[in-house]
Design a protein around this ligand. Structure first.
Ligand code: ATP
Ligand code: MG
Length: 428
C-alpha cells in the first residue's frame, strides 16, 4: 500500500540493474559535494526509472534536503529558477543538472493553507519543503518516485514503484482523480510515459482521465505547448496521438481538429506524425510549426469554405480563417507568434506551389519555408489532395541543374494564355 509513515523498501545493488558507471559523472559529483556539505542527496525521478529499465536517461535530476539558497551556496555556478516550482540549475562543464529541494505534497491533514490551490483543486504554486518521504509522495507516478543513493547504491522506494516497474504498470501516487485535478498535465504525462515505456495505464487511471479530461482547459496555454512538444517530438508521436484520441484528451488540445469529420482512409495527421517519428529517429531536425500546420489544416479548409459560401472571396477567406483559427487555437495549446508565423507561411505557400506561376518558381525555391511547405505538399499528395504530377514536378526541379530548371519553368507557361496577353498589350 502507498502510505505515508511506512518504512521504505531499500533495494541493494545486488537486486537491481543500475550500474554506477551508467550514471552521469556530473550528477554524481553534485551528490557528493552536497553530501560533503552535510546534506542528503539522491538521484531521483525519470533517470532512476530509466536506469532500472536499462534505458538511457534523458537527463539526471538530483533531490536534496538543502534549500535552494543553500544549494546556491555550495555551488558557485548554481542558478535559481522557477516560480511555480523553485529549483537550482547547477552547471558542471557542459552539463546542467537540476537540483530540487524535497517538497511536501498535498494531504487532507495538512490542508490547503500551505500551498496555493485554486477552486478546482489545482496547484498554483508548490514550494512547501519537506523530507524525502514527503517528496516521494508528491510525485506523479510510482515509477517516477524512486531514489538512488550513489553512496550505498541502494534504490529507495516508498511507493511500490519497483514492483510496478516489474509489472509494467503506470500507477498514480494516491487517488488518480485527485492527483489529476491538482495538476491536469499529469494526464498528458500518463499517456506519454505509458506509450514511451510500453506500459499499460491502470483501469482506474483511465477512468480518472475520462472524468477529468476537461480540467485541461484550466492549464495555461504556454504550459500546454511545452507538454505538447514533449508528447510529439520524441519518436513515438503516432502512438501518443492515437492514445490521446482514444482517451478523450485530444479534444482538449486541438478542439477544432477534433470537431472536423474524420474517417478518411488516409489521414494527413497520422502520416505527418509517422514522418516526424522517422525523422526524429534518424536525428533529423523537426519544427513545431509543421505539426501545428498539419493538425489545423482540415479545420482551416472547412472554415475557408464556410466563408466562401458566405460570399467572401477565396483569398481573404483563407487568410482571415487562418488568422482566426490560430488565435482560437492559442486559447488551448498556445501558439506563440514565432510558431504561428511559420504555420501561416506553410499554408500560404501551398497555394503558390499549386499555382506554379513561372515567374515565381525561382523565388519559391529560395523561400525560407520552401522545404517545410514542400514536405507538407507531399503529405497532401499522399491523401489525394493534390496531383502526383504536381508533387513530382517540385521534387524534380530541386534535383536538376539550373539549365534544366529553366526549361522546366519555360515549359510551364501555356502558349495560349501568353499569346492572349501579348495581343492585349499590342492593342494598347
Ligand atoms: P523524462 O524522461 O520525460 O524526462 P521524467 O520522469 O524525468 O521523464 P520530468 O518532467 O523530467 O520527467 O520530471 C522529473 C520528475 O519530477 C518526475 O519523474 C516526477 O517524479 C516529478 N514530476 C514532474 N512533473 C510532475 C508533475 N506534474 N506532478 C508531480 N510530479 C512531477
Ligand atoms: Mg527528466
Amino acid at each position: 500500500m502507498q502510505q505515508l509513515g511506512r518504512t521504505p523498501e531499500k533495494i541493494p545493488p545486488s537486486a537491481h540493474q543500475i550500474s554506477l558507471s551508467a550514471v552521469s559523472k556530473p550528477a554524481l559529483k553534485i551528490v557528493r559535494q552536497l553530501n560533503d556539505a552535510g546534506y542528503e542527496a539522491y538521484l531521483v525521478g525519470g533517470c532512476v526509472r530509466d536506469l532500472l529499465l536499462q534505458h538511457i536517461p534523458k537527463d539526471f535530476d538530483v533531490a536534496t534536503n538543502a534549500y535552494p539558497e543553500e544549494v546556491k551556496a555550495v555551488f558557485n555556478r548554481a542558478r535559481l529558477i522557477g516560480r511555480r516550482f523553485r529549483l537550482a540549475h547547477v552547471r558542471m562543464g557542459r552539463d546542467v543538472v537540476e537540483v530540487a529541494t524535497f517538497r511536501a505534497g498535498f494531504t487532507e491533514e495538512q490542508g490547503a493553507e500551505n500551498r496555493h490551490v485554486n477552486k478546482d483543486g489545482q496547484i498554483l504554486r508548490d514550494n512547501v519543503y519537506g523530507g524525502i518521504e514527503d517528496d516521494a509522495f508528491r510525485r506523479d507516478f510510482t515509477i517516477n518516485a524512486l531514489y538512488y543513493d550513489p553512496n550505498t547504491q541502494n534504490v529507495v522506494d516508498y511507493v511500490d514503484g519497483t514492483a510496478h516497474l516489474r509489472e509494467r504498470r503506470l500507477v498514480t501516487i494516491g487517488d488518480p482523480e485527485t492527483r489529476f485535478r491538482e495538476d491536469p498535465v499529469r494526464m498528458l504525462r500518463a499517456v506519454r510515459f505509458a506509450v514511451k515505456l510500453g506500459f499499460s495505464l491502470d483501469p482506474e487511471v483511465k477512468r480518472a482521465i475520462r472524468r477529468s479530461a476537461d480540467s485541461l482547459n484550466n492549464v495555461p496555454p504556454s504550459r500546454m505547448l511545452d507538454e505538447m512538444l514533449k508528447l510529439l517530438h520524441n519518436g513515438y508521436a503516432l502512438d501518443v496521438y492515437r492514445e490521446l484520441k482514444s482517451s478523450g484528451l485530444f479534444a482538449h488540445l486541438f478542439p477544432f481538429t477534433e470537431a472536423c469529420e474524420f474517417g478518411d482512409s488516409r489521414d494527413l495527421i497520422e502520416l505527418a506524425l509517422s514522418n516526424t517519428d522517422a525523422r526524429i529517429r534518424e536525428g533529423k531536425p523537426v519544427i513545431p510549426a509543421f505539426l501545428v500546420a498539419c493538425f489545423l489544416w482540415k479545420p482551416l479548409r472547412q472554415e475557408t469554405e464556410t466563408r466562401i459560401r458566405q460570399g467572401m472571396p477565396p483569398r481573404p477567406a483563407f487568410s482571415t480563417a487562418s488568422f482566426d483559427l490560430l488565435t482560437n487555437q492559442s486559447m488551448h495549446v498556445g501558439i506563440p507568434k514565432r510558431i504561428g508565423t511559420v504555420v501561416r507561411e506553410i499554408w500560404n505557400l501551398q497555394q503558390r506551389l499549386e499555382r506554379r506561376l513561372p515567374r515565381g518558381v525561382k523565388m519559391l525555391l529560395r523561400h525560407q519555408r520552401f522545404r517545410a511547405a514542400y514536405d507538407f505538399l507531399l503529405l497532401r499528395r499522399e491523401i489525394g489532395e493534390v496531383d502526383s504530377e504536381l508533387a513530382e514536378w517540385w521534387t524534380r526541379i530541386q534535383e536538376v541543374d539550373p539549365a534544366r530548371q529553366h526549361e522546366m519553368i519555360k515549359s510551364l507557361a501555356p502558349p495560349s494564355s501568353s499569346g492572349r496577353r501579348r495581343k492585349r498589350r499590342r492593342r494598347k
